[in-house]
Design a protein around this ligand. Structure first.
Ligand SMILES: C[S@@+](CC[C@H](N)C(=O)[O-])C[C@H]1O[C@@H](n2cnc3c(N)ncnc32)[C@H](O)[C@@H]1O
Length: 280
């Protein structure tokens, strides 16, 4: 017999939540899921938590040849296991990587140590940073900005601005509504024994919600013998027009807009927009 409590919790979580309600589990920091995320990050053939190795290599080639000043300092916000940071350090850049996933930071530190790479890694929430004009470049790669509410995004852009030296560069990418059109809204359920969410038998109910202004929620309700938890992945997609206006009103001037950080030209149906901006 199913516990009535469980049914009621599932019923509550199934209602459309208020915009950017983040009262839920954290996919980056909950130990079991963070471990699964780490596996996804370091899989070289999977565009999961990080992009595939071939794309990362192309990104580094493009940025180092065309954008970054030689031997300059770089702050990588949401660095994950440091896949970009190691390559940048190998090419002479002074790199600091920040992430609030202890799993990813420990992996990054060990990996850098093994290779004799001098990278500063810190396990911090990037919303709590207070650097002052220390870096030539701040980067955030793979769409984390899409997951911010408007107020989080303003706060984040201020942190980036404060961290940059005068005329410093801010490099980031965001997904567009074209990507969402391809992925669609979540609507699925399954019972698993051991998988991404849990290492024991569990039920996963996936559902998606659409909001105004290209905002979407992918929601996962996960039930096991310990109870019910909900995970919410919010996405605010941007068009060239919406992200350009925001970045220019946030104290940056746009240097280049591309289809992605490997340097591809932006097209009308690009799934990503990459921005190279400069602190005004
Ligand atoms: C999509 S992954 C991208 C990782 C890395 N940039 C890459 O492309 O390989 C987003 C990363 O941001 C980190 N992150 C999310 N929110 C954060 C926060 N508030 N403070 C610090 N790190 C955060 C996550 O732990 C995760 O490693």
């Amino acid at each position: 017999m199913i516990d009535e409590n469980i049914i009621n919790q599932i019923k509550e979580f199934s209602k459309k939540p208020s915009l950017f309600n983040k009262k839920c589990g954290n996919i980056w920091t909950e130990e079991y899921i963070a471990n699964q995320m780490l596996k996804a990050h370091i899989d070289p053939n999977f565009d999961g938590a990080s992009r595939r190795a071939v794309i990362i290599n192309k990104t580094i080639d493009f940025l180092t040849r065309n954008v970054l000043k030689e031997n300059s300092s770089i702050l990588d916000l949401g660095c994950g296991p440091g896949l970009y940071d190691e390559k940048l350090c190998q090419r002479g850049y002074k790199v600091t990587g920040i992430d609030f996933s202890i799993n990813s930071i420990n992996y990054a530190k060990n990996s850098a140590e093994k290779q004799g790479l001098n990278i500063k890694y810190k396990c911090n929430n990037f919303f709590e940073l207070n650097y002052s004009e220390e870096f030539d470049t701040v980067m955030q790669i793979y769409g984390e900005i899409n997951t911010f509410s408007d107020s989080e995004r303003s706060k984040f852009f201020n942190i980036v601005k404060n961290s940059l030296k005068p005329n410093g560069l801010f490099i980031f990418d965001v997904s567009t509504p074209t990507l969402r059109k391809k992925c669609g809204l979540k609507k699925n359920w399954y019972v698993g024994n051991s998988g991404f969410w849990r290492d024991k038998i569990h039920l996963v109910l996936e559902n998606g919600f659409q909001y105004d202004n290209d905002i979407w929620l992918d929601q996962y309700i996960v039930a096991d013998n310990n109870g019910v938890q909900v995970y919410r992945n919010w996405f605010h997609d941007y068009t060239v027009k919406t992200i350009s206006e925001i970045i220019q009103n946030s104290g940056f001037k746009i240097i280049n807009i591309l289809g992605n950080l490997t340097g591809e030209i932006l097209k009308e149906d690009s799934e990503w927009i990459a921005i190279i901006a400069q602190k005004k």
